[in-house]
Ligand binder design. Sequence first.
Ligand code: GCU
Length: 600
Amino acid sequence: MRMTLLLLLIAPSLAQTPSRLIADPPSRSTIALDGTWNSIVDPYESGLSSRFFENAKPKSKSDLIEYDFDRSPKLLVPGDWNTQRDSLLLYEGPMWYQRYFSYQQKPHTRTFLYFGAANCLARVWLNGTKLGEHVGGFTPFDFEVTDKIRSGENFVVVEVDNTRRPDGVPGIHTDWWNYGGLTRGVKLIEVPETFVENYKLQLAPARADAVAGWVQLQGAKEGVEVTLEIRAGDLLVTTQTARADASGYASFLFPLKLELWSPENPKLYEVRISAQGDHLSDQIGFRTVATRGTQILLNGKPIFLRGVSLHEEAPFRGARAFSEDDARTLLGWAKDLGANFVRLAHYPHNEDMIRLADRMGVMVWEEVPVYWELEFDNPAVLANARAQLDETIRRDQNRAAIVFWSIANETPINPARNAVLKSLSDFARSQDSTRLISAASDKWQRMEADTMALNDPLGEYLDVIGLNQYIGWYGDRKPEDADRIQWKFAYPKPVIVTEFGGGAQYGRHGDSETRFTEEYQANLYQHQLRMLSHMPQLAGMTPWILMDFRSPRRALPVIQDFYNRKGLISDRGQRKQAFYVLQKFYQEKAQEARSGQASK
Ligand code: GCU
């Protein structure tokens, strides 16, 4: 048993060398490069041929330089550009960012330039030298600059292009605002010559009495000792050591009984890792998540996921969210709703959101933007999606709150798509055997009058099935028709209704048949919750959506004004009637769970 477990843990990571993304726990030594940056909007992308990355200045009065970052408009980083200047609200294309910073090189120190995210293609130069490119608008990336950074003044130039592309992930069509820019923080990370590149520590799969994990060093010789401590406040719970192999990889497996993380008790332990002069610490919760038939088990006990979906949109200011304050407001509203679970749609949200969910005890569904129609027969699409999934897992693999890796949303059923999604689910499993793999499908069909069935072959590759249905909003059925509807699922697995809902403008009132009134939305929720209460295999739900959000697809004047109004809360934080309908339902569900527990 121990041997197979060890093989299980080692084999996959040895097979697939991890990307060089370095883990960024708060204990790292960093220098923030956030703040005001110079910017040049470049719709015709002339900046490449004009070599904007050189940040050149005329050397004589006859010199021809047709750009000047210092006299160009400013943009704040982190932040999307769309909501910083009216003229950029709908801008899609290349934007050049530039800033100066002074730095002091230190002996025996390696330096990385780290980006939390840039939507969507980023080209990066330091002091005029190209560092590289990154594709994917919602995951971090870094470049080593040890031999390119200098003591004294430096300048960094980043071209960010959020042009939607048919071969992109996501592709051309989405129902969210295509916020462009350096949407998350930028910083320098300093580490010793031998350092902890990344690590993973969690309870061994399906075992609540053993801890398993690994530490990947960079710049280490074979045999370097890696020490791992787990602490509960001042109490040292355990110290474990292992020796790194020739690739700098050290694995751990040891028996240990820990207090388990759960929404009711979001217990985090301090984990300290040291290796040859590098020291870092992180806050990690320990829990197991699994399925048993059509149930989802948290720490071995069945749990109902009382959830809500949300976009990474900032409350009150209608912009891309990026801060812990934004996250605290959104997760606070979800908790007020009675939620113990959130679906972060449709792309990885910022790390502050995930770390806060860890601390607040909110379970998380994290998704990569394999959304709607993509060029599934184009190998570049799989490579892109897989790279985003890899970066997501490498960033968040130590977050107890994350219980699902979701590989897709509402994709068309065809052989190329099925193959891509199988490959993504296999990859996610190979990188992380401690979480559940899922995806959201809206490919259900009417079998008989009031019987609907989801037979999407995607279910084969998933641990849990996600169902999106908008009965009572899209299509020809009235909200009350939901009462009679029966559901069938091709796979005997737990089902989460990952989307249902309808639009309402806060403060718009009328009878429950009038679209976009709060009464219509509340009535729709009443009937949806009735339908879900007799849905087989149901293990959770994440109604669409916590808060109204910007979408270029929603053009109805006065009511939508380019906002998707399916929020239970308006973008100004006003709670609609349906919020209280769902809140009451979740209170009853939570009470049921408590009394269920008590009777055990
Ligand atoms: C879809 C989709 C969402 C979209 C929602 C809607 O199901 O997954 O991204 O916003 O429906 O139509 O409001």
